[in-house]
Write a new protein. Structure first.
Lengths: 107, 309
């Protein structure tokens, strides 16, 4: 079973910006309740749709420079990157069916 | 699933988990739908809970909920991390549907859906939500380091958020439409003593300004009617909660403000076998301990009901 994998400043360009498939980046932190709720849902989506969309998570405490660069002011924020550009932003924890609906164009 | 369950509890938080603990200990084999992203309820977005009896040094809201959850599990409650999306509570057998498409039948239901953050109701508040407008200081405060931000509201949660946000922000302006706080004295005094907090009395937020993110607020003085503009990069809304009654509206009796009405001194709703507890029924107290209290009552009421049916 695959789960959302962590990304860092060091590999963000390689894993996210240069990816040939769409990448969903989950901006999260340990102390954020709604982030903890949405985490397992994203793991499931990674498991079920990992062939079409790469799902990674970025810890905003440890990698705050990237969070600031992308103007994150609320977590969880889920940004979908295609060819290095943010093409979709989902803000806040949502139930799985709602997330799948938001991601319809990518999976 | 064709078998009929004894009891389904909808919603977690202190009321739902306490109901689950009592019902599981009473061998009712309850199923509790915790909510896929709302599990643990409102306390998941708080920090330190200082007034829950038994915790001398306080406890973190999420830790308290985690402990209640584990306690319910220990006695055999069936915890389901999914949402109930539909309920038919009218007949003797209640029919519920969950977010994964399962149908659950039950002899009794405890409603513990709690409440949701109230919005100011401005179009731009919605548009800039997550772009500077927030309902969760503990989630988002971090991103406002060294900035000037506003908190709107005058109750305990507003004051708690304002105080918490001073950890990050250079200045927090607490905007309240009256000239005194509803918050408890200890919380208010803490805020007044905090040099980073400025009080803006008799003031209403009438618009949120900014193209891509919050840049300023349009404010109106509730006494003089004077309108002004002031720069802020963040707006935290803490003006109260509304009961989450969407799933039961039109089925159980609600009061004028949308709270589920229960028979005096009990948790019984107008429908046989349907009980309600926690913030969903409580205008007045809205504490973790009172929610736990009515959660306990609802399980005992359900147990009594099931012994006759």
């Amino acid at each position: 079973m695959s789960a959302a994998t962590p990304v860092t400043t060091a590999n963000f360009e390689e894993v996210v910006l240069k990816s040939s498939t769409p990448v969903l980046v989950d901006f999260w932190a340990e102390w954020c309740g709604p982030c903890r709720a949405v985490g397992p849902i994203l793991d499931q989506i990674a498991d079920e749709h990992g062939d079409k969309i790469k799902i990674v998570k970025l810890n905003t405490d440890e990698e705050s420079a990237i969070a600031i660069k992308y103007g994150i002011t609320s977590i969880p924020t889920l940004n979908v990157f295609v060819n290095g550009e943010v093409v979709k932003t989902i803000i806040g924890a949502k139930p799985k069916p709602a997330l799948l609906k938001e991601l319809e164009g990518f999976i | 699933m064709s078998e009929v369950e004894n009891l389904v509890i909808v919603g977690s938080g202190p009321s739902g988990y306490t109901a689950a603990i009592y019902a599981a200990r009473a061998q009712l084999n309850p199923i509790i739908y915790e909510g896929s992203v709302t599990a643990g309820g409102a306390l998941m977005n708080t920090t330190e809970v200082e007034n829950f009896p038994g915790f001398i040094d306080g406890i973190m809201g999420p830790d308290l909920m985690d402990a209640m959850r584990k306690q319910a599990k220990r006695f055999g409650a069936n915890l389901v991390t999914d949402d109930i999306v539909e309920m038919d509570l009218s007949g003797p057998i209640k029919v519920l549907k969950d977010g994964s498409g399962n149908t659950i039948k039950a002899k009794s239901v405890i409603l513990a859906m709690g409440s949701a953050y109230r919005e100011i109701g401005l179009e731009n508040e919605k548009r800039l939500s997550g772009r500077g407008v927030s309902w969760c200081a503990t989630c988002d405060g971090f991103f406002f380091r060294d900035q000037t931000i506003a908190v709107v509201g005058g109750g305990d949660s507003a004051v708690e958020e304002a105080t918490f946000l001073t950890k990050f922000a250079s200045k927090v302006v607490l905007i309240h439409r009256r000239d005194s706080l509803r918050a408890s004295k200890i919380m208010a005094e803490r805020a007044f003593a905090n040099p980073k907090i400025e009080m803006l009395w008799n003031t209403e937020v009438i618009d949120v300004l900014g193209a891509e993110k919050v840049e300023a607020l349009s404010l109106k003085n509730t006494v003089t009617g004077e309108v002004s503009k002031r720069d802020f990069t963040g707006l935290f809304v803490a003006i109260g909660h509304d009961p989450r009654n969407e799933l039961v509206k039109g089925q159980v009796t609600l009061d004028a403000e949308g709270y589920v009405v229960v028979e005096n001194g009990s948790t019984r709703t107008n429908l046989t076998g349907v009980f309600a507890c926690g913030d969903l029924v409580d205008h007045t107290y809205r504490q973790a301990i009172t929610a736990a209290g009515t959660g306990c009552q609802s399980a005992l009421d359900a147990e009594k009901f099931l012994s006759h049916h």
